[in-house]
Design a protein around this ligand. Structure first.
Ligand code: DGL
Length: 264
């Protein structure tokens, strides 16, 4: 047993898609979340900036005495996961491997699409991971730089969001039977993405897949929270406006939360 919290980080509200699944699948665990909204989006930034900012969030989470860290951000995972994992004495999870494995299980035609930020798509990491497990699977990747700003500005259902998503996904339509949402912000646009791709396309939410891996690791290291003790308050931190964060987070997590603004 280990009653310390699990730490999650992201450039913004996207990481909450992983937190939501974690709270659903592991209701006894306590969460500490940090979102670097003041510097989002990370997708167009250099690898060096993403590395520096991610380490700042990791170090912040370590001050909260976390028992595990989840890089709830594909962009950060693609740049710095191996390095953080090697450096810390606690388990560190990324969101890419779980999504890649789920895509292989899902595809019937062997044609998988991956959408993500510019950095995630340029890193080519999804194609490499998918093809290392299943060399015959074809992977088409597409950067969707307009999606994260839509989510961060709480425009998930607006007509602008619909237009942008339809236009952006056109090149993938009819070409894949499985689409990996390779950015943790994208599940917040899921209904529009599903509509744009058609009901026959299976969407893979890397966050949901990661929550399953969190559970496996908690069991493996025997660090589950004691079910007989209350998990206590979850903690949420942002580098930008706590009010704006709270609106999206409370809606998405379907609970009231306390949010504090921090400087990294
Ligand atoms: N949510 C992040 C990801 O999964 C980062 C998006 C961004 O800041 O560009 O890639």
């Amino acid at each position: 047993m280990d009653n310390r919290p699990i730490g999650f980080l992201d450039s913004g509200v996207g990481g909450l898609t992983v937190v939501r699944e974690c709270l659903r699948q592991l209701p006894h665990e306590r969460v500490v979340f940090v979102g670097d909204q003041a510097r989002a989006p990370y997708g167009p930034r250099t690898a060096e900036q993403i590395r520096e900012y991610t380490w700042q969030m990791v170090n912040f989470l370590l001050t909260k005495d976390v028992k595990m860290i989840v890089l709830a951000c594909n962009t950060a995972t693609s740049v710095v996961w191996e390095e953080v994992k090697a450096a810390l004495p606690i388990p560190v999870l990324g969101v890419i491997l779980p999504g890649a494995s789920a895509a292989i299980k899902s595809t019937q035609t062997g044609h998988v699409g991956v959408i993500g930020t510019q950095m995630t798509v340029c890193s080519d990491i999804y194609r490499q991971k998918i093809q290392s497990l299943s060399p015959e699977t074809e992977v088409v990747s597409l950067a969707c730089p307009k999606f994260v700003p839509l989510v961060e500005s709480n425009e998930m259902t607006s007509s602008l969001a619909k237009k942008v998503v339809y236009e952006t996904l056109k090149p993938l339509k009819g070409k894949v039977d499985t689409l990996v949402l390779g950015c943790t912000h994208y599940p917040l646009l899921r209904p529009i993405i599903q509509h744009a791709m058609g009901p026959e396309v299976k969407l893979i939410d890397s966050g949901a897949e990661t929550a399953r891996d969190i559970s496996v690791l908690l069991n493996y290291f025997e660090i589950n929270h004691d079910r007989n003790q209350s998990s206590g308050e979850h903690q949420f931190y942002t580098t930008a406006s706590p009010e704006a964060f709270k609106i999206i987070a409370e809606d998405w997590l379907d609970r009231q939360i306390q949010v504090e603004q921090i400087r990294l």
